[in-house]
Design a protein around this ligand. Structure first.
Ligand code: SAM
Length: 286
């Protein structure tokens, strides 16, 4: 059976009485070249254990299975379990786990299932959980890389170079821990049902150590988020709103001391700028 052929897929899903759920972001890949290209880009090999989120009918799962030591796929929709039991039959290194990837302890799951293997993530993510699941994956240090198909605009924002003006606080959060790049673009025609947007494959490789050395990570991220609190406002105004305990003049001085114009906006700053700025602001608070 070709899991990416609409002609094979429709009767399979009908036989199991399956109906697509929009709320679970169910858009399945229907071009066989795409799951193979995603699995290739993920760098999966026999030394690795791949966590997949949302296998659907298993098109990407099957390609990962050919390359990886083991594949563990977490699927929320119970209606897909009998379908997967059929389509994944005979793939000895694939294990399906029913559950909500947002709620599961993914670190414990990887430790339990990937003994001796290097854990990575590869998935065609449901659009509606992109941010929370990415945040969770970034904060799960065992995953050496995270390769995910997401909405194209989201991928572009997250892979935008620091200070380019196209990123936001989440892009900086990602870049602090990982190095992101766009590996592939996938047009909306390659999915069933067809979504309203195109997709892109975001490949993120974990850094050996965070991109910048900061004495107080929580405060550093408070400053990063604060810089974007007020959209289209200067960093001085936005940080004055986010850090009400600091006089605006102190914030202005810290921005100037970093060699930045006081009219600068958050999206123009690099992680190094934020590291230095947060160090100065934190010193002014104590
Ligand atoms: N991997 C398949 C493919 O590429 O054709 C399906 C991808 S589809 C975009 C997203 C999948 O994630 C669906 O199978 C959906 O049921 C599943 N899903 C949605 N929310 C989930 C969650 N919170 N945890 C685990 N799986 C989820």
């Amino acid at each position: 059976m070709n899991l990416c052929s609409e002609r094979d897929l429709r009767p399979l899903l009908e036989r199991h009485g399956f109906r697509f759920s929009k709320s679970m972001g169910q858009n399945f890949l229907i071009d066989p070249e795409i799951p193979a290209a995603i699995a290739d880009a993920s760098g999966a090999d026999k030394s690795g254990g791949v966590l997949e989120i949302g296998p659907g009918v298993g098109a990407l799962t099957a390609e990962l299975s050919k390359r990886a030591g083991k594949v563990v796929s977490v699927e929320l929709d119970r209606a897909l379990l009998p379908v997967l039991a059929e389509t994944m039959r005979g793939l000895e290194n694939v294990e399906i786990v029913q559950g909500d990837a947002l709620k599961l302890d993914l670190s414990a799951l990887a430790a339990e299932k990937f003994d001796g293997l290097t854990p990575t993530v590869c998935a065609n993510l449901p659009y509606n959980i992109t941010s929370p699941i990415l945040e969770k994956l970034i904060l799960t240090p065992c995953f050496q890389s995270v390769t995910v198909l997401v909405q194209k605009e989201v991928a572009e924002r997250l892979a935008a170079p620091e200070g380019s003006g196209d990123g936001g606080s989440f892009a900086l959060f990602l870049r602090y821990y990982m190095v992101p790049e766009i590996a592939l673009e996938v047009s909306r025609e390659k999915f069933l049902p067809r979504p309203k947007v195109d997709s892109a494959l975001l490949r993120c490789v974990r850094r050996a150590a965070p991109a910048v050395d900061v004495p107080d990570e929580a405060y550093f991220f408070r400053v990063v988020r604060g810089a974007f609190l007020l959209r289209r406002k200067t960093i001085v105004n936005s940080l004055a709103a986010a850090l009400p305990e600091l006089p605006k003049e102190v914030i202005r001085d810290a921005v100037r001391a970093r060699g930045l114009p006081e009219t600068v906006r958050g999206e123009r700053l690099t992680l190094r700028d934020f590291a230095e700025l947060s160090r100065r602001l934190r010193a002014a608070e104590t």
